[in-house]
Design a protein around this ligand. Structure first.
Ligand SMILES: Cc1cc2nc3c(=O)[nH]c(=O)nc-3n(C[C@H](O)[C@H](O)[C@H](O)COP(=O)(O)O)c2cc1C
Length: 335
């Protein structure tokens, strides 16, 4: 498969996270069969690196119980704080070069990643990464951007256009731009990123979240980033809308836990899917399961769900009111 000029082994990609923050982690993802591996993000900010010292993770069950540390199940949500890789850029380039060489032997590209702080600094880092990696991902949608000044979340067209243009001018390999899920018009942001030179857009970033523990505090003691299997339709909303509106390759992310979820991303218009939480929970076996689940799926499957999807105005009247089964209990008794 091809993503904006980057050939990849298959559509199941490992997204950027602490799992891809070391050479060992990157190699493990390549060896487990990833289509591509996105390395942990870096940027210029010492504060963003320090933020990793307070990284914390709460896996939350379907009935909102916080799991004990180290325990997690595939249906759980994840509320977390995270920071960026605590590495010197030159050392990081060495790590990436080794990861790229390992991946290349298995047709698995290792992609460099920047989470936006200052656009000019992102351009400098992007230029350095591009000398080593076959593609760069620029994350301008980090949910932590709402809490921490060390990283930024851009939700307006002008800001997206200007930041992407600045980084694009410095990066001479495919540039992917990962956008926030929390903006009034994510398709407009994707269009802006594409017009400013993005070769593909990543849809969508996780959401800010908050969960009281009811002991007078909050889970993690702060706000955090939230994702859960329930986020899937929210991600697919923007993937499908962008597929319909734009001529831009789409990398889906946020909410894929099973092979069926990955297929739903593809049917909504994504050409590849970046997965993280499911891999933290289930390890390499889950990655292999996802890759097996999409083997044999052709390019024509991408966006196939849109063929049978209508605007509200075009949906024909239903034979009987669909709400009746839900309201019947109230109408027949209990008053
Ligand atoms: C612990 C953790 C750390 C992450 N760190 C980064 C990061 O440094 N850069 C980035 O672009 N995305 C980062 N992400 C976002 C993921 O790459 C991915 O887009 C997101 O988790 C949604 O996919 P999922 O539902 O499969 O987890 C992180 C996610 C998690 C859970």
């Amino acid at each position: 498969m091809d993503m904006g000029g980057l050939p990849a082994a298959n559509p199941v990609w490992v997204g950027s996270s602490e799992l891809t923050m070391t050479l060992d982690g990157i190699v493990a993802c390549v060896d487990a069969g990833a289509g591509a591996v996105v390395a942990k993000s870096v940027n210029e900010s010492a504060a963003a690196r320090r933020q990793l010292d307070i990284a914390d993770y709460a896996f939350v069950s379907g009935d909102r119980q916080v799991r004990p540390p180290g325990q997690a199940y595939l249906g759980d949500g994840l509320l977390n704080r995270s920071g960026l890789a605590q590495v010197d850029l030159d050392d990081w380039l060495g790590t990436l070069a080794a990861g790229v060489a390992h991946g290349a032997a298995r047709d698995c590209p290792v992609v460099g990643s920047i989470t936006l702080g200052d656009p000019a600094a992102a351009a400098r880092i992007g230029r350095a990464l591009a000398a080593v990696v076959p593609a760069v991902e620029l994350n301008i949608g980090a949910p932590h951007g709402r809490e921490a000044r060390a990283v930024r979340q851009l939700t307006e067209v002008e800001g997206v256009t200007s930041a992407v243009r600045t980084v694009r001018a410095a990066v001479d390999v495919p540039l992917f731009v990962k956008l926030p899920g929390q903006a009034s018009d994510v398709v407009a942001l994707a269009r802006a990123a594409r017009s400013a030179g993005a070769d593909a857009v990543g849809l969508v970033g996780r959401y800010p979240g908050f969960l009281p523990d009811l002991d007078g505090g909050a889970v993690l003691g702060s706000w955090g980033a939230w994702s859960s299997p329930g986020c899937l339709p929210m991600s697919l909303y923007w993937v499908s809308k962008a597929f319909t509106a734009l001529d831009a390759p789409i990398i889906g992310t946020n909410g894929a836990r099973t092979a069926t979820d990955v297929l739903r991303f593809l049917a909504s218009g994504a050409r590849a899917v970046e997965v993280v939480t499911a891999l933290w929970i289930g390890g390499p076996a889950v990655l292999r399961e996802l890759v097996d689940g999409v083997s044999g799926v052709g390019d024509d499957f991408v966006g196939s769900a849109l063929a049978g999807t209508r605007e509200y105005a075009d949906v024909p009247a239903l034979p009987s009111p669909a709400w009746l089964p839900y309201t019947a209990r109230w109408m027949s008794s209990g008053r």
